[in-house]
Design a protein around this ligand. Structure first.
Ligand SMILES: [Zn+2]
Ligand SMILES: [Zn+2]
Length: 357
């Protein structure tokens, strides 16, 4: 049983920014929020339409602050940093390497900013940090015995090439008219609706492939690499085995079937590329200036890295873990239920092995 040693509403003074944080740390230095985790009020029974509206348009909610940010980035990248469809009709080293380098720069700038602010500058110390431990050094489990270098290696050498390959292939298909293209001016409402559906599609896809990744052999040979990061940092999010990258980015293939605009594809892929940095930042909230913080999440995913067998979902909009009985809300009750699931499964396995002998 976790014994919480102190309940913190701390105010830290010193050379760094002054910030306040809430919650509890246990003896091991792990933080828990004051309230249990809760899903967004969608697909609830009885429905709560006002709460739903507040979540969609309020702050924090579906659009604010992060939802709209993740939609604007791909729109700008389509307008200013993507070759014309005309030029992508045939594979050519020029535009293919342009897209790959552009993606590399994007992820280094994005995850690098989180890393620099929280882990190099240590701008807010351990305030709002999920654990009070920092990233591993001199640990042989990681390449170069260094967690940050290991995470950077897999991000640059595995994630960026596979992400870019999906993008290049899809743009080539669009350019040649092999997949259905939707014009924004002719179908503006459809365009907006599909933009809003992309995070939900990603939820379903990620939950599915992530659960498969936890199946015995796949976990032992592939997904273990991501879980070497028990304590996570911004570059841990895309630090995955090259094979896992193949299915992690594969959700974008849905746009080969559903009529889409290239911005939908860029949004889909960049959502998969950018959201893991904050969700693996290791901090619940990033404090930008004194007293002003933005919720980053992701205590939900921190619990997945801590306990492995819970919270398989990604962005956490659709209550998939709740539906499939794998939700951990950070409370002792959820931990007990998870332990019971482990024991039941172990007993089932032992019984099956007993039958065979
Ligand atoms: Zn993770
Ligand atoms: Zn996992």
């Amino acid at each position: 049983m976790i014994a919480f040693t102190r309940s913190i509403i701390a105010r830290r003074t010193g050379p760094k920014m002054e910030t306040a944080f809430e919650g509890k740390r246990n003896k091991r230095g792990d933080w828990a929020p004051p309230e249990p985790l809760r899903y967004a009020p969608i697909l609830e029974w009885p429905p709560r339409p006002l709460a739903l509206l507040k979540w969609v348009f309020g702050y924090p909610g579906f659009f604010l602050p992060w939802g709209i940010f993740y939609m604007v980035v791909p729109a700008l990248i389509w307008l200013y940093f993507t070759p014309s469809l005309e030029s992508m009709k045939t594979f050519d080293i020029g535009w293919v390497s342009y897209i790959t380098i552009r993606n590399l720069v994007l992820i280094l700038l994005w995850a690098g900013s989180w890393h620099a602010w929280l882990f190099i500058k240590k701008a807010q110390g351990t305030d709002w940090k999920h654990t009070n431990r920092w990233l591993a050094r001199d640990n042989p489990i990681f390449l170069f015995r260094n967690q940050t270098l290991d995470n950077l290696f897999w991000t640059i050498c595995a994630a960026v090439p596979v992400w870019s390959a999906y993008e290049v292939l899809t743009m080539w298909l669009f350019a040649n008219g092999y997949i259905p293209f939707v014009s924004i001016t002719e179908h503006p409402i459809y365009f907006v609706v599909l933009m809003c559906l992309v995070p939900l599609i990603r939820d379903v896809h990620y939950y599915t492939v992530h659960r498969i990744s936890h199946w015995g052999p796949v976990y032992r040979w592939v997904h273990y690499l991501h879980h070497n990061n028990v304590n996570v940092g911004p570059f841990s999010g895309l630090a995955m085995h090259p094979l896992e990258q193949l299915w992690y980015w594969s959700g974008a293939v849905i746009h080969w079937i559903i009529p889409s605009h290239p911005i939908h594809v860029l949004f889909h892929l960049q959502h998969a590329a950018l959201t893991p940095a904050p969700s693996h930042s290791g901090f619940e909230r990033v404090v930008l200036i004194e007293g002003v913080g933005v919720k980053t999440g992701d205590f939900f995913h921190f619990l997945h890295h801590k306990y492995f067998e819970c919270n398989y979902g990604g962005d956490g909009i659709l209550p998939l873990d709740r539906w499939f009985g794998t939700f951990h809300d950070g409370t002792e009750g959820a931990r007990t239920r998870m332990d019971e699931r482990f024991l039941a499964r172990a007993a089932q396995k032992a019984a099956a092995e007993g039958d065979r002998t």
